[in-house]
Unconditional design. Structure first.
Lengths: 323, 338
């Protein structure tokens, strides 16, 4: 199986969709002539033309809203928002329109839009370019929130996003684009709401998504050397959330840690912890714990930024205190 | 000699030569007003809950503009949209049922007064976030441009929308991509209770649209023949691919912003002055004056509208509420084949 980058994996699905479905078109800031801020759409303008690959003004709200409007009447737009930070300028469209139209119209209207955006920190981009808002979007009924952590996930989950028929917030991680992994050449889909058991184990469940899966995997490897076998869950989607896989793992290990790049306070890890204590309280031998980003706007200086981000070592320390 | 009056609500108001069909326009306005007076009565009696924003006084804008459209042209409106829905020919019974929160409502009771939807009539909603629906209208127009049809999108907005960022984003995108969309600004002078002059650097709204390089005109929104003619002219241009256009229709709502409005921000005298320009009375007098209609014809329209409104209420009263077990239905579209 060929080994390709997360970026290339995304490109393969986008190309496949453009080649096989006339209803699909892409639009976003600098996705065409510039080639995409993270080069995901590089070359697509030449290959598919301006009708299918549209450069837009820097006007996030109307770009997302126009995508929603086009989706309402039968097209399948993919809107790229460059980064999740800019999506806040379009949050009215995502939350008030995309998420609600199917319900408010009593099922008359559906919104098959894929909204891609890159998030996360670790590249010294400063406070306004280093955020995670998956917990905001996962909060909203009507949206689906996809958080791929590997090239294999990126290709297969994006395929599913195009076929789902609902508004999809597809969150990529800026520091994952160059990571490599084995990916089948042929198109395939990964169902939403089905987590991957990234590593099997018996002692502690490490629950992660997107960039944080790396930290969990690194920690699990190190802990195995100390005789502690962690089970690492790669959630793949936050809404829908694969509660069954989480509970099954916790019932086996009796301990759980959620690892997230995001701020912990009010974050998605708290939701997972709540679900576990509501439904598997009697199976727990320790409180559900979280490893999260520091509760600060992201600083620029490299040493400060690294101190603000969660690492595998933090997970190792925490797990050792739990067993 | 009085001519026969067409009271089929779904009939286009275009006359044989494409000019306005005065009686049909009058009938549409009378129906809207009667329906809303009835809705206000039902609100006062506690049969309708939540917000109720009445269009009374502004009927000439929606009636005239929508009569100049093709039935398959999309309409995207704001939360004061009962009149637009009626003018488009949505079933008054199902609109009233929606206001009552009933299962038979156009949105199954999930929308309410501010969220009327009927896809079969290309009526793609009332929206309750000021200017938040403007990007959607651009998207509908973009889709038709993409598909290569000559269908257009029409977007009703209030004067409150013009200081929102989405107003400017939408006008710019529509213009730069030459999208087939007509923006119709119903400028009733107040954004909720705030006089437009107190909050707008440029009060003539059409000038803002001109700044985005599109045809933009101001019309007397209390004159249905004027809104009809202007819409017809601009729609013809849009349909040939010339890009968007903008109408600022100066109009006035007689009632408060919503039923909860104590109207502390304007005088009774001002309301009375505008009532002298009433679009229904003006057109009635004109059609009587030129012999198009007799008083009996007009009386019959009012009687028919009474019957329509009563019938709508009866239907709404008799309809069941949405079953509780359907609460979670339509949060997500189910996968095909499920």
């Amino acid at each position: 199986m060929p080994e390709i980058t997360y970026r290339e994996a995304l490109r393969q699905t986008l190309r496949y969709q453009l080649q096989h479905d006339e209803r699909v078109f892409l639009m976003g800031e600098d996705i065409g002539a510039y080639g995409g801020s993270y080069a995901v759409t590089k070359g697509f303008l030449d290959e598919f033309g301006e009708k299918r690959v549209k450069d837009t003004p820097i006007a996030e709200s109307v770009v997302v809203g126009a995508g929603i409007g086009a989706a309402m009447v039968g097209l399948k737009p993919m809107v790229e928002l460059m980064t999740v930070n800019f999506s806040l300028l379009a949050i009215d469209q995502i939350v008030n329109n995309a998420a609600k139209l199917h319900y408010m119209s009593n099922g008359q209207i559906s919104v098959p839009i894929v909204i891609r955006m890159a998030g996360g920190a670790g590249s010294q981009l400063g406070a306004q370019h280093s955020q995670n808002f998956e917990s905001w979007y996962a909060h909203v009924p009507g949206l689906k929130v996809v958080v791929p952590s590997t090239p294999y996930d990126a290709k297969g989950l994006l395929m599913t996003a195009f076929d789902d028929g609902n508004p999809i917030v597809f969150l990529e991680h800026t520091t994952l684009y160059t990571t490599k992994g084995e990916v089948p050449e042929e198109p395939y889909s990964i169902p939403f709401g089905q987590a991957e058991v990234y590593r099997a184990g018996t002692d502690v469940t490490l629950i992660a998504y997107s960039g944080a899966v790396r930290h969990a995997a690194r920690a699990a490897e190190q802990l195995a050397g100390d005789g502690i076998e962690c089970e690492v869950l790669n959630m793949r989607t936050l809404r829908p959330l694969d509660v069954d896989t989480i509970l099954a793992s916790v019932r086996k290990t009796n301990r759980a840690v959620v690892i997230e790049d995001d701020w912990g306070f009010g974050g998605f890890g708290g939701e997972i912890a709540a679900i576990i204590q509501e439904r598997a309280f009697d199976d727990l031998d320790a409180p559900v714990m979280r490893v999260s980003g520091a509760d600060v706007p992201m600083p620029y200086a490299g040493a400060l930024e690294q101190a603000a981000l969660p690492h595998g070592a933090d997970v190792v320390r925490l797990v050792k205190s739990m067993v | 000699m009085a001519r026969a009056v067409n009271i089929d609500p779904s009939a286009t108001a275009a006359g044989r030569d494409g000019g306005p069909d005065g009686p049909a326009l009058l009938n549409t306005m009378i129906r809207i007003r009667r329906f809303e007076e009835k809705a206000a009565e039902m609100y006062a009696r506690g049969r309708i809950k939540g917000f109720l924003h009445l269009y009374i006084g502004e009927e000439a804008v929606g009636a005239g503009a929508i009569a100049a459209l093709r039935p398959d042209d999309y309409i995207v409106s704001h939360y004061r949209e009962h009149g637009h829905a009626l003018a488009r020919g949505l079933d008054p019974r199902r609109i009233m049922a929606e206001l009552f929160g009933k299962e038979t409502g156009v949105s199954g009771g999930r929308g309410g007064s501010m969220h009327l939807f009927d896809v079969s009539k290309s009526f793609l909603g009332g929206y309750a976030i000021v200017a938040g629906h403007m990007p959607l209208a651009c998207g509908l127009a973009l889709a038709e441009q993409y598909k290569g049809t000559d269908r257009i999108a029409v977007n009703f907005i209030g004067d409150g929308a013009v200081n929102e960022g989405e107003f400017h984003e939408a006008l710019n995108l529509a213009s730069v991509w030459k999208l087939p969309v007509l923006f119709i600004n119903e400028n009733n002078l107040y954004g909720m209770g705030t006089d437009l002059r107190r909050v707008s650097a440029i009060v003539e709204v059409y000038k803002r649209a001109e700044a985005y390089a599109m045809p933009a005109v101001q019309v007397d929104g209390m004159d249905v023949l004027s809104t009809y003619e202007t819409t017809r002219r601009l729609v013809a241009k849009i349909r040939t691919g010339e890009g968007p256009a903008f109408i600022e229709a100066i109009c006035y709502r007689y009632r408060g912003h919503s039923m909860a409005d104590a109207e502390l921000y304007r005088s009774k005298e001002e309301v009375e002055r505008w009532r002298t320009l009433d679009p229904i009375r003006r057109l009635s007098e004109r059609l009587l004056g030129d012999g198009t209609l007799s008083q009996a014809d007009i009386d019959r329209m009012h009687a028919e509208a009474d019957t329509m409104a009563d019938d709508a209420v009866r239907f709404a009263e008799e309809s069941p509420p949405p079953p509780i077990e359907t609460l979670h239905r339509h949060v997500y579209k189910e996968p095909a084949g499920a």
